[in-house]
Design a protein around this ligand. Structure first.
Ligand code: GRG
Length: 291
C-alpha cells in the first residue's frame, strides 16, 4: 500500500508538469495537440519518469523540479512508442490505457504525427533540464542510444519479424532487452547521471534497471495470458503468435524468471546502500503487479 501511494503521488506530480510542458490543445493546428494530449493523459503508470526521479534522489539529487523536464521527456517518448506500436501496420490494437487507441480516435495519419510530435517535443524538453551541461549531454547520449536501432527500434523490429516463428531463448532475450529493458535501464542510469553520481553507482543503476526491465516485460507477457483486460487497459490474449516468455517457458517458468530478474535488479540497486530502499520496494511491487 505504501509503495502504491508513493507511486501515485509521483505520477500526479509528473502529470502536472506534463500538462504545463505540452502545448495546449487550443494551439493551432489544434488536432495534433489534442491527439498528443489524448494519448498522454489516457492513463499509464509513468514508471520511466518515476524511476528517473527515484534514482536521481537515491544518488543525492535534491531538486527534482530541475530534472522534471527530462523525466517528462521519457514519458513522451514512451507514449510515442505505444501510439506507433498500436498502429494497424504494427500490432493493430484498438484499446490502450483503457481507452480507444490514438489512430481509432484521430485516424492513422494524425496518430503517426502525434507520435512524431511527442518524440520531437521530448528532445525540446530535455534542453529545459536545469543541470550542468556535461551531465545533460551524457544523459541525452544514453537515451538516444536506448531508443534507436540498437535499442527499442531493434527490439521492435525483431518482435515483428519473429511473429509466427518458433521462439528461441537467445532471440527472446534480445527482443525483451531491446524493446523494453534498455529504456528502463536508461531511465535509471539517467537519474544518476543528472545527479552527478559516481561511475560505480551509475553502473549499479544501469545494470539494476536492465534486470528490472527484463522482469517488467516478462510480467507484461504474463498479463497477456493471465491478466484482466479491465485492469491492464488493453486487449489481452493477443500475443499468441509472438515470441514471449510464456510461449517458451509457460506461466510458471515465466513467473520464476520474472522473480529471478527482480532479485538481480535488487542486488544491483542495493549497491547504493540505504538509499536503494525505494528502488527495492518498487522492484518488488512491479513484479507482483496485475496492471
Ligand atoms: C523509438 C520510442 C521508439 C519507438 C519506435 C513502435 C516502437 C518503435 C516500439 C514499441 C516498443 C514497445 C511498445 C514495447 C513494449 C514496452 C511495454 C512493456 C509497454 C507497456 O509499458 P507500461 O506498462 O505502459 O509502462 P503504461 O501504459 O503504464 O505507460
Amino acid at each position: 500500500m505504501k509503495t502504491k501511494k508513493f507511486l501515485e503521488r509521483l505520477k500526479v506530480e509528473v502529470d502536472t508538469y506534463m500538462d504545463k510542458l505540452l502545448p495546449p490543445d487550443t494551439v493551432y493546428p489544434s488536432v495534433i495537440h489534442e491527439a498528443m494530449r489524448y494519448s498522454i493523459f489516457a492513463g499509464g503508470k509513468r514508471i520511466r519518469p518515476i524511476l528517473l526521479l527515484v534514482c536521481y534522489q537515491a544518488t543525492g539529487g535534491k531538486e527534482i523540479e530541475k530534472v522534471m523536464p527530462f523525466a517528462c521527456a521519457l514519458e513522451l517518448i514512451h507514449t510515442y512508442s505505444l501510439i506507433h506500436d498500436d498502429l494497424p501496420v504494427m500490432d493493430n490494437d484498438d484499446l490502450r490505457r483503457g481507452k480507444p487507441t490514438c489512430h481509432k480516435v484521430f485516424g492513422e495519419a494524425i496518430a503517426i504525427l502525434a507520435g512524431d510530435g511527442l518524440f520531437s517535443h521530448a528532445y525540446y524538453l530535455m534542453t529545459l533540464t536545469d543541470v550542468n551541461k556535461k551531465r545533460l549531454l551524457e544523459a541525452i547520449k544514453i537515451i538516444s542510444n536506448a531508443i534507436g536501432s540498437l535499442g527499442i527500434v531493434g527490439g521492435q523490429t525483431m518482435d515483428i519479424k519473429m511473429k509466427g516463428e518458433r521462439p528461441d531463448p537467445k532471440t527472446l532475450r534480445y527482443i525483451h532487452s531491446r524493446k523494453t529493458a534498455c529504456f528502463i535501464s536508461a531511465s535509471c542510469e539517467i537519474g544518476g547521471i543528472l545527479a552527478g553520481t559516481s561511475r560505480k553507482k551509475r553502473e549499479a543503476l544501469r545494470k539494476g534497471g536492465l534486470y528490472l526491465g527484463m522482469a517488467f516485460q516478462i510480467v507484461d507477457d504474463l498479463l497477456d495470458v493471465i491478466g484482466d483486460e479491465k485492469k491492464v487497459g488493453k486487449r489481452l490474449r493477443k500475443d499468441k503468435d509472438k515470441v514471449t516468455y510464456p510461449a517458451l517457458y509457460g506461466v510458471n517458468g515465466s513467473r520464476f524468471r520474472a522473480k529471478a530478474y527482480t532479485e538481480l535488479a535488487i542486488k544491483n540497486f542495493q549497491k547504493l546502500g540505504e538509499a536503494s530502499d525505494k528502488l527495492v520496494e518498487i522492484s518488488k511491487y512491479l513484479e507482483q503487479r496485475m496492471f
